[in-house]
Design a protein around this ligand. Structure first.
Ligand code: FAD
Length: 289
Protein backbone atom coordinates (compact mmCIF):
# COMPACT_ATOMS: atom_id res chain seq x y z
CA UNK A 1 0.00 0.00 0.00
CA UNK A 2 2.85 2.39 0.84
CA UNK A 3 4.52 1.65 -2.49
CA UNK A 4 1.27 2.63 -4.22
CA UNK A 5 0.94 5.72 -2.00
CA UNK A 6 4.52 6.55 -2.98
CA UNK A 7 3.48 6.62 -6.63
CA UNK A 8 0.14 8.41 -6.05
CA UNK A 9 1.20 10.90 -3.36
CA UNK A 10 5.00 10.84 -3.53
CA UNK A 11 4.92 9.92 0.17
CA UNK A 12 3.85 7.09 2.49
CA UNK A 13 0.24 7.08 3.74
CA UNK A 14 1.41 8.04 7.27
CA UNK A 15 2.65 11.36 5.82
CA UNK A 16 -0.55 12.10 3.91
CA UNK A 17 -3.70 13.82 5.17
CA UNK A 18 -6.59 11.44 4.58
CA UNK A 19 -8.98 14.43 4.21
CA UNK A 20 -6.82 15.87 1.43
CA UNK A 21 -6.38 12.46 -0.19
CA UNK A 22 -10.16 12.03 -0.16
CA UNK A 23 -10.68 15.48 -1.72
CA UNK A 24 -8.73 14.49 -4.86
CA UNK A 25 -10.91 14.19 -7.95
CA UNK A 26 -10.12 12.08 -10.97
CA UNK A 27 -11.20 13.60 -14.30
CA UNK A 28 -11.40 10.14 -15.85
CA UNK A 29 -9.32 11.45 -18.79
CA UNK A 30 -5.94 11.88 -17.07
CA UNK A 31 -4.31 9.60 -19.60
CA UNK A 32 -0.89 9.24 -21.13
CA UNK A 33 -0.12 11.53 -24.05
CA UNK A 34 1.62 9.81 -26.94
CA UNK A 35 3.73 12.86 -27.82
CA UNK A 36 4.52 13.54 -24.14
CA UNK A 37 3.08 15.90 -21.53
CA UNK A 38 5.80 18.50 -22.11
CA UNK A 39 4.74 18.90 -25.72
CA UNK A 40 1.08 19.13 -24.70
CA UNK A 41 1.80 21.97 -22.28
CA UNK A 42 4.06 23.75 -24.78
CA UNK A 43 1.25 23.62 -27.36
CA UNK A 44 -1.32 24.90 -24.85
CA UNK A 45 0.99 27.82 -24.07
CA UNK A 46 1.70 28.72 -27.70
CA UNK A 47 -0.67 31.70 -27.57
CA UNK A 48 1.51 33.44 -25.00
CA UNK A 49 4.91 32.09 -26.06
CA UNK A 50 5.89 35.32 -27.86
CA UNK A 51 5.51 37.33 -24.65
CA UNK A 52 7.03 34.74 -22.34
CA UNK A 53 10.57 35.10 -21.03
CA UNK A 54 12.22 31.86 -19.98
CA UNK A 55 15.55 31.21 -18.24
CA UNK A 56 14.82 34.07 -15.88
CA UNK A 57 15.18 32.93 -12.27
CA UNK A 58 13.56 35.09 -9.60
CA UNK A 59 15.30 35.01 -6.22
CA UNK A 60 13.40 37.72 -4.29
CA UNK A 61 10.10 39.57 -4.40
CA UNK A 62 10.38 42.85 -2.53
CA UNK A 63 6.90 43.99 -1.41
CA UNK A 64 8.03 46.83 0.84
CA UNK A 65 7.07 49.59 -1.62
CA UNK A 66 4.05 50.54 -3.73
CA UNK A 67 5.34 48.44 -6.65
CA UNK A 68 6.73 44.94 -6.38
CA UNK A 69 10.43 44.58 -7.16
CA UNK A 70 11.66 41.25 -8.45
CA UNK A 71 15.31 40.33 -8.29
CA UNK A 72 16.19 38.03 -11.18
CA UNK A 73 19.32 36.67 -12.81
CA UNK A 74 18.59 39.12 -15.65
CA UNK A 75 18.32 42.16 -13.41
CA UNK A 76 15.44 43.82 -11.56
CA UNK A 77 11.85 43.88 -12.69
CA UNK A 78 8.98 45.92 -11.28
CA UNK A 79 5.38 44.77 -11.29
CA UNK A 80 2.00 45.72 -9.89
CA UNK A 81 0.96 42.07 -9.67
CA UNK A 82 2.83 38.80 -9.39
CA UNK A 83 1.33 35.37 -9.99
CA UNK A 84 3.73 32.99 -8.34
CA UNK A 85 3.64 29.47 -9.77
CA UNK A 86 6.85 27.92 -8.45
CA UNK A 87 6.64 24.62 -6.55
CA UNK A 88 5.74 24.90 -2.85
CA UNK A 89 9.07 23.42 -1.78
CA UNK A 90 10.87 26.46 -3.20
CA UNK A 91 8.65 28.89 -1.27
CA UNK A 92 8.85 27.02 2.05
CA UNK A 93 12.63 26.61 1.59
CA UNK A 94 12.86 30.31 0.62
CA UNK A 95 14.74 29.57 -2.60
CA UNK A 96 12.51 32.41 -3.76
CA UNK A 97 12.04 34.94 -0.97
CA UNK A 98 9.12 37.26 -0.36
CA UNK A 99 10.37 40.30 1.56
CA UNK A 100 9.16 41.17 4.16
CA UNK A 101 8.29 37.51 4.62
CA UNK A 102 4.72 36.29 5.06
CA UNK A 103 5.00 33.66 7.85
CA UNK A 104 1.45 32.35 7.35
CA UNK A 105 2.20 31.69 3.70
CA UNK A 106 5.49 29.93 4.41
CA UNK A 107 3.74 27.78 7.04
CA UNK A 108 0.97 26.86 4.62
CA UNK A 109 3.46 25.87 1.89
CA UNK A 110 5.31 23.71 4.45
CA UNK A 111 1.99 22.00 5.31
CA UNK A 112 1.62 20.93 1.67
CA UNK A 113 5.13 19.73 0.75
CA UNK A 114 6.19 18.03 -2.45
CA UNK A 115 6.59 14.29 -2.40
CA UNK A 116 8.68 12.47 -4.94
CA UNK A 117 8.01 10.18 -7.87
CA UNK A 118 10.82 9.20 -10.22
CA UNK A 119 10.71 7.44 -13.55
CA UNK A 120 13.14 5.32 -15.53
CA UNK A 121 12.39 4.64 -19.18
CA UNK A 122 14.11 1.60 -20.66
CA UNK A 123 14.05 -0.17 -23.99
CA UNK A 124 13.51 -3.92 -23.76
CA UNK A 125 14.67 -6.43 -26.34
CA UNK A 126 12.21 -9.16 -27.23
CA UNK A 127 9.31 -6.93 -26.14
CA UNK A 128 6.84 -9.31 -27.80
CA UNK A 129 7.11 -11.49 -24.66
CA UNK A 130 4.99 -8.89 -22.80
CA UNK A 131 1.40 -7.77 -23.24
CA UNK A 132 1.17 -4.09 -24.30
CA UNK A 133 0.18 -1.61 -21.59
CA UNK A 134 0.30 -3.94 -18.61
CA UNK A 135 1.28 -3.16 -15.04
CA UNK A 136 3.71 -5.19 -12.94
CA UNK A 137 4.44 -4.90 -9.22
CA UNK A 138 7.24 -7.29 -8.40
CA UNK A 139 7.04 -7.38 -4.57
CA UNK A 140 4.30 -7.17 -1.95
CA UNK A 141 6.48 -7.48 1.18
CA UNK A 142 8.05 -4.01 1.14
CA UNK A 143 7.26 -0.37 0.32
CA UNK A 144 10.73 -0.09 -1.22
CA UNK A 145 9.63 -1.41 -4.57
CA UNK A 146 8.72 0.06 -7.94
CA UNK A 147 5.77 -0.24 -10.31
CA UNK A 148 6.56 -1.26 -13.89
CA UNK A 149 4.52 -0.30 -16.93
CA UNK A 150 5.24 -2.82 -19.67
CA UNK A 151 5.17 -1.68 -23.30
CA UNK A 152 3.51 1.75 -22.94
CA UNK A 153 1.59 2.48 -26.17
CA UNK A 154 2.81 -0.93 -27.34
CA UNK A 155 6.36 0.42 -27.61
CA UNK A 156 9.31 -1.91 -26.92
CA UNK A 157 9.87 -0.22 -23.57
CA UNK A 158 9.39 -0.61 -19.83
CA UNK A 159 8.73 2.38 -17.59
CA UNK A 160 9.68 2.10 -13.90
CA UNK A 161 7.93 4.33 -11.34
CA UNK A 162 9.46 4.80 -7.88
CA UNK A 163 7.88 6.86 -5.10
CA UNK A 164 8.52 8.38 -1.70
CA UNK A 165 11.59 7.33 0.39
CA UNK A 166 12.75 4.88 -2.25
CA UNK A 167 12.77 7.62 -4.90
CA UNK A 168 14.51 10.18 -2.64
CA UNK A 169 17.21 7.62 -1.76
CA UNK A 170 17.82 6.49 -5.35
CA UNK A 171 17.87 10.03 -6.77
CA UNK A 172 20.47 11.03 -4.18
CA UNK A 173 22.74 8.29 -5.55
CA UNK A 174 22.35 9.45 -9.17
CA UNK A 175 20.59 8.23 -12.34
CA UNK A 176 22.58 4.97 -12.60
CA UNK A 177 21.20 3.87 -9.19
CA UNK A 178 17.61 4.20 -10.43
CA UNK A 179 18.32 2.09 -13.52
CA UNK A 180 20.28 -0.52 -11.52
CA UNK A 181 17.42 -0.84 -9.01
CA UNK A 182 14.87 -1.29 -11.80
CA UNK A 183 17.03 -3.95 -13.46
CA UNK A 184 17.53 -5.84 -10.19
CA UNK A 185 13.77 -5.97 -9.52
CA UNK A 186 12.95 -7.04 -13.08
CA UNK A 187 15.68 -9.71 -12.98
CA UNK A 188 14.29 -11.06 -9.70
CA UNK A 189 10.76 -11.15 -11.11
CA UNK A 190 11.32 -12.17 -14.74
CA UNK A 191 14.68 -13.92 -14.91
CA UNK A 192 18.36 -13.12 -15.25
CA UNK A 193 18.26 -12.59 -19.02
CA UNK A 194 16.43 -9.29 -18.35
CA UNK A 195 19.80 -7.81 -17.42
CA UNK A 196 21.06 -7.87 -21.01
CA UNK A 197 17.68 -7.04 -22.54
CA UNK A 198 17.25 -3.66 -20.83
CA UNK A 199 18.85 -0.34 -21.73
CA UNK A 200 18.18 3.00 -20.03
CA UNK A 201 16.74 5.77 -22.24
CA UNK A 202 15.78 8.50 -19.77
CA UNK A 203 15.84 8.88 -15.99
CA UNK A 204 13.99 11.68 -14.18
CA UNK A 205 15.41 13.60 -11.23
CA UNK A 206 12.72 15.97 -9.97
CA UNK A 207 13.90 15.66 -6.35
CA UNK A 208 17.43 16.84 -7.11
CA UNK A 209 16.27 19.42 -9.67
CA UNK A 210 16.80 22.83 -7.99
CA UNK A 211 13.73 24.25 -9.81
CA UNK A 212 11.38 21.56 -8.45
CA UNK A 213 12.75 19.84 -5.33
CA UNK A 214 10.05 17.20 -5.62
CA UNK A 215 7.33 15.85 -7.87
CA UNK A 216 3.86 16.88 -6.65
CA UNK A 217 2.30 18.03 -3.42
CA UNK A 218 0.44 16.22 -0.65
CA UNK A 219 -1.00 17.76 2.50
CA UNK A 220 0.51 16.52 5.76
CA UNK A 221 -1.90 15.00 8.32
CA UNK A 222 -3.78 17.90 9.95
CA UNK A 223 -2.95 20.28 7.07
CA UNK A 224 -5.75 19.65 4.57
CA UNK A 225 -6.92 23.27 5.04
CA UNK A 226 -3.56 24.67 3.96
CA UNK A 227 -4.33 24.45 0.24
CA UNK A 228 -7.14 27.01 0.73
CA UNK A 229 -4.71 29.28 2.62
CA UNK A 230 -2.38 29.17 -0.38
CA UNK A 231 -5.17 30.60 -2.54
CA UNK A 232 -5.43 33.76 -0.40
CA UNK A 233 -3.60 36.62 -2.06
CA UNK A 234 -0.92 38.64 -0.28
CA UNK A 235 -2.03 42.31 -0.29
CA UNK A 236 -4.09 41.56 -3.41
CA UNK A 237 -0.94 41.70 -5.48
CA UNK A 238 0.90 38.40 -4.95
CA UNK A 239 -1.25 35.48 -6.08
CA UNK A 240 -0.15 31.86 -5.80
CA UNK A 241 -1.13 29.26 -8.39
CA UNK A 242 0.00 25.82 -9.47
CA UNK A 243 -0.85 22.23 -8.73
CA UNK A 244 -0.49 22.73 -4.96
CA UNK A 245 -3.22 25.38 -4.76
CA UNK A 246 -5.78 23.20 -6.56
CA UNK A 247 -8.50 22.00 -4.18
CA UNK A 248 -9.50 18.91 -6.17
CA UNK A 249 -7.09 18.40 -9.07
CA UNK A 250 -3.89 18.95 -7.10
CA UNK A 251 -0.81 17.08 -8.25
CA UNK A 252 -1.80 17.36 -11.89
CA UNK A 253 -1.04 19.44 -14.97
CA UNK A 254 -4.72 20.31 -15.52
CA UNK A 255 -5.06 21.37 -11.86
CA UNK A 256 -2.07 23.69 -12.26
CA UNK A 257 -3.51 25.10 -15.49
CA UNK A 258 -6.94 25.78 -13.95
CA UNK A 259 -5.33 27.42 -10.92
CA UNK A 260 -3.33 29.70 -13.22
CA UNK A 261 -6.59 30.86 -14.80
CA UNK A 262 -8.20 31.30 -11.37
CA UNK A 263 -5.28 33.43 -10.14
CA UNK A 264 -5.23 35.52 -13.34
CA UNK A 265 -8.95 36.27 -12.97
CA UNK A 266 -8.51 37.19 -9.30
CA UNK A 267 -5.59 39.48 -10.21
CA UNK A 268 -7.62 41.20 -12.95
CA UNK A 269 -10.55 41.71 -10.57
CA UNK A 270 -8.25 43.18 -7.92
CA UNK A 271 -6.74 45.57 -10.47
CA UNK A 272 -10.15 46.64 -11.80
CA UNK A 273 -11.48 47.34 -8.30
CA UNK A 274 -8.33 49.25 -7.40
CA UNK A 275 -8.75 51.30 -10.61
CA UNK A 276 -12.28 52.18 -9.45
CA UNK A 277 -10.90 53.24 -6.08
CA UNK A 278 -12.53 50.29 -4.29
CA UNK A 279 -10.82 48.01 -1.79
CA UNK A 280 -10.70 44.63 -3.53
CA UNK A 281 -10.36 42.73 -0.26
CA UNK A 282 -13.52 41.03 0.76
CA UNK A 283 -14.52 41.57 4.40
CA UNK A 284 -12.88 38.94 6.58
CA UNK A 285 -10.05 38.21 4.14
CA UNK A 286 -6.60 38.15 5.68
CA UNK A 287 -4.43 40.29 3.42
CA UNK A 288 -1.29 38.62 4.83
CA UNK A 289 -2.24 35.29 3.30
C1 FAD B 1 6.66 11.42 -12.26
C2 FAD B 1 5.51 12.35 -12.44
C3 FAD B 1 4.34 11.91 -13.04
C4 FAD B 1 3.26 12.77 -13.22
N1 FAD B 1 2.13 12.32 -13.86
C5 FAD B 1 1.13 13.19 -14.13
C6 FAD B 1 -0.01 12.79 -14.88
O1 FAD B 1 -0.11 11.64 -15.31
N2 FAD B 1 -0.99 13.71 -15.11
C7 FAD B 1 -0.91 14.99 -14.67
O2 FAD B 1 -1.83 15.77 -14.95
N3 FAD B 1 0.15 15.40 -13.95
C8 FAD B 1 1.16 14.54 -13.68
N4 FAD B 1 2.25 14.95 -12.96
C9 FAD B 1 2.18 16.24 -12.25
C10 FAD B 1 2.41 17.46 -13.09
O3 FAD B 1 3.60 17.31 -13.84
C11 FAD B 1 2.54 18.66 -12.11
O4 FAD B 1 1.43 18.67 -11.24
C12 FAD B 1 2.56 19.97 -12.86
O5 FAD B 1 3.69 20.02 -13.71
C13 FAD B 1 2.63 21.13 -11.88
O6 FAD B 1 2.62 22.34 -12.58
P1 FAD B 1 3.02 23.67 -11.87
O7 FAD B 1 2.88 24.73 -12.91
O8 FAD B 1 2.29 23.82 -10.58
O9 FAD B 1 4.56 23.50 -11.46
P2 FAD B 1 5.83 23.18 -12.35
O10 FAD B 1 5.46 22.37 -13.56
O11 FAD B 1 6.84 22.62 -11.41
O12 FAD B 1 6.30 24.61 -12.88
C14 FAD B 1 6.97 25.51 -12.06
C15 FAD B 1 7.94 26.31 -12.91
O13 FAD B 1 8.57 27.29 -12.09
C16 FAD B 1 9.93 27.38 -12.51
N5 FAD B 1 10.70 27.96 -11.41
C17 FAD B 1 11.12 27.40 -10.26
N6 FAD B 1 11.80 28.26 -9.51
C18 FAD B 1 11.83 29.42 -10.18
C19 FAD B 1 12.40 30.70 -9.91
N7 FAD B 1 13.05 30.96 -8.76
N8 FAD B 1 12.27 31.69 -10.85
C20 FAD B 1 11.59 31.45 -12.01
N9 FAD B 1 11.03 30.25 -12.32
C21 FAD B 1 11.14 29.25 -11.41
C22 FAD B 1 10.32 25.94 -12.80
O14 FAD B 1 11.46 25.90 -13.64
C23 FAD B 1 9.06 25.44 -13.51
O15 FAD B 1 9.10 25.68 -14.90
C24 FAD B 1 3.35 14.10 -12.78
C25 FAD B 1 4.54 14.57 -12.17
C26 FAD B 1 5.60 13.70 -12.00
C27 FAD B 1 6.86 14.23 -11.37
Amino acid sequence: MDAISGALNGARFAEVSSLDYDAYGDTGVNWRVREGYGRLIARLGQAVSSITVTDCAVSRIDRSGPVLRLETNRGELTARIVILTVPNSLISGEAIRIDPPVPALIEATAGVPLGLASKVHMTVRGAGDFQPDTQLWTRTDTAETGGYHLRPFGRPMIEAYFGADLAWGLEAQGPAALFDFAVSELVAALGSDMRRRLEAVAVSGWGVDPWSRGAYSHALPGHAADRAKLRMAVEDRIFLAGEATAPVYYGTAHGAWMEGERAAEAALTAQTLKGLGLDPRRPGDDSEA
